[in-house]
Design a protein around this ligand. Sequence first.
Ligand code: UDX
Length: 476
Amino acid sequence: MAAPHVLVFPFPIQGHINCLLNFANALVDAGVHVTFLHTEHNLRRVASGAGSPHLRFLSVPDGLPDDHPRTAAYLPDLYKSLAAGTRGPFRDLLARSSSLVADAAGVDEPTGDFPPVTCLVADGLLGWAVEVADELGVPAIVMRTASACSLLAFLSVPKLFELGELPFPVGGDLDEPVRGVPGMETILRRRDLPSHCRRPNATYEVNPGLHALAKLSADSSKARALVLNTTPTLERTALEHIAPRVRDLFAIGPLHAMSSTAASSSLLREDGGCMAWLDAQAADRSVVYASLGSLATITREQFAELFAGLVATGYPFLWVLRPDMVADAAALEDEAVREAGGGGGSSKACVVAWAPQREVLRHRAVGCFLTHAGWNSTLEAIVDGVPTVCWPSSADQQMNSRFVGAVWRTGLDMKDRSRSSSTAMAGEAHVLVFPVPAQGHINAMLPFAAALLDAGVFVTFLHTDHNSRRASSVAA
Ligand code: UDX
């Protein structure tokens, strides 16, 4: 019987690469040969010291031009170009390296020191790769990188439509409980469902992301086996409800805590300087670590609000400000360090473009993690016992942060608490109040404006030029 050799193929973005590389590392620890498949673009950037003779890295093109930005805003481009442009090269590679083709050609070791590929582990976002493996007769299993609770929510999308829970009514109360995600009726409110559910009109034309993710989830459940980076200790109920819908389910996480092999997968250069800054902090558990993962973007207003909040804690903070996270990140980074009293060994703030997060979370000086509640970050914080303040950005993060705050109680869920939250429902944010310019009307409408303000709505109160010069209004 051929020695096991697994081809591991992640969707080529950081959160997915980390998760599948942790799985690859665990397979290598178990004596399995692994070929880890990057895109050519990523393989040029990643500093992958293989760390084991059983692990090697190969690449396929991602189908995008070299100068394509490949940032979060362009994920749909990447998704489409992979399905269209990578399928052919991937098929060639799998055909060359798989056992059946090798056997047919009478070749024992078609790929150098590595035995023929005996199995594909494909990211759930790469359903076409599973189709290719099926065509070639190579056994394929699917790995999803998100939490089981969010997968169950996506699997429940047809039910949510059937029950009339989706689409949300325009102006509806986001605190209303949601029926239709089994086992979670007492936990989930509308605001906790994956962010794609928030559009009041959820037809395919208006909200293709929701329908695409629901379909991907349904497709993943048809695979020969489904692997999740989670554990029944955290997600027993969700796993019990997923299990009957799939052929075989394996909850094998948290993967990052299970491997001793140290192949690295960082697409951005880690700034190790922040570790020296952490070492210089005298007090244990005194530093707030703030990072929104590899994809989330924020507006300048959100940047200002987060920054003000970090300063207001009075604690030193280490902030990951990726170059693509907010417009003018470099200038803002200088500003943040300066205003927080930074620069020098005793600084109150350290701002880096990318941190060695696993080391940071293990550092004695770190006491709190302000996170977007990406699934890797959530698991990493739980394993290292660092409480999280969750400010979710998109997709599964709304679900993860709800479970952190209401079920696992390993942190706080502060979704939708910021005025400039990108996840506010359209139409909720800003009201123009325009009274007849007479004292009685102005007096009647001002309390209404104040009530809107109290409810977290931005208000513009419109006077005539004449009255504006006379009124002694102080903006609240
Ligand atoms: C996304 C989703 O949020 C996540 O839920 C999904 O399952 C995978 O894709 P991302 O938004 O990047 O990933 O967040 P997260 O899942 O938290 O992954 C970020 C990874 O980057 C973590 O493993 C974290 O340790 C690492 N990281 C982050 C660094 O190494 N350095 C940093 O400065 C920030």
